[in-house]
Design a protein around this ligand. Sequence first.
Ligand SMILES: *Cc1c(COP(=O)(O)O)cnc(C)c1O
Length: 232
Amino acid sequence: MQITYEQFRANFSVVMDHIEDACGKANRSASEVTLLPVTKNHPADAAVYAWRAACKSVGENRVQEALGKMGDADPCLQWELIGPLQSNKAKRVAESFSRVQTVDRAKIAKALDRYAREAGRTLRVLMQVNAGRDPAKSGVELEEADALLDVILSCESLSLEGLMTIAPLSEQSDVARRTFANLRECRDRLSLRSGLPLSELSMGMSGDLEEAILEGSTMVRVGTALFGERTY
Ligand SMILES: *Cc1c(COP(=O)(O)O)cnc(C)c1O
């Protein structure tokens, strides 16, 4: 681990203050926003630190990397997949992760549904939407979200809790803000269509969490600001 637990706690306070400030600006209660520490590219210690700081879950990008760390952390820590998923890994994911934030196509939804059913569980998922219309980002296109919603709702072993997005890389905060507003509007539409609250809006990272909170984020995914630059 590059940083000590004490350094992590100092970073953690800074991030929590930042979240509280943004909630103040947005006229929201800080209790409405959950911090998801992103431990990718950091050793298993990062997940242990997050658990000691009373975080219930951590985010990981790569399936193999996360599976390798799970045994080193508290068994009650929950693991959320926030990176792209190939269907050949869907079985392991449906068995081991507590939630998948990156359901972005019908094929993945159906594979996760099948393996969750075989494992005798209901898998919590978010739909990943390319709300910034960024050719470099994954996620279902805004125009195709309604069709994917119908597929996910037909999957009896999946429980759809909300939406997730990654803003395009940009120096301009209004690009991020527009992306996050798009995700919220998309959620409102899908919520009407389905009659479900779809209350989770996973949006905002180290560099744009304020914009995300101003647009209604309920979960910010933060790596660098907590753990420093990635170590491998
Ligand atoms: C890496 C990653 C994050 C965290 O990014 P930071 O800029 O390090 O806070 C959040 N979400 C996703 C999907 C990521 O891949």
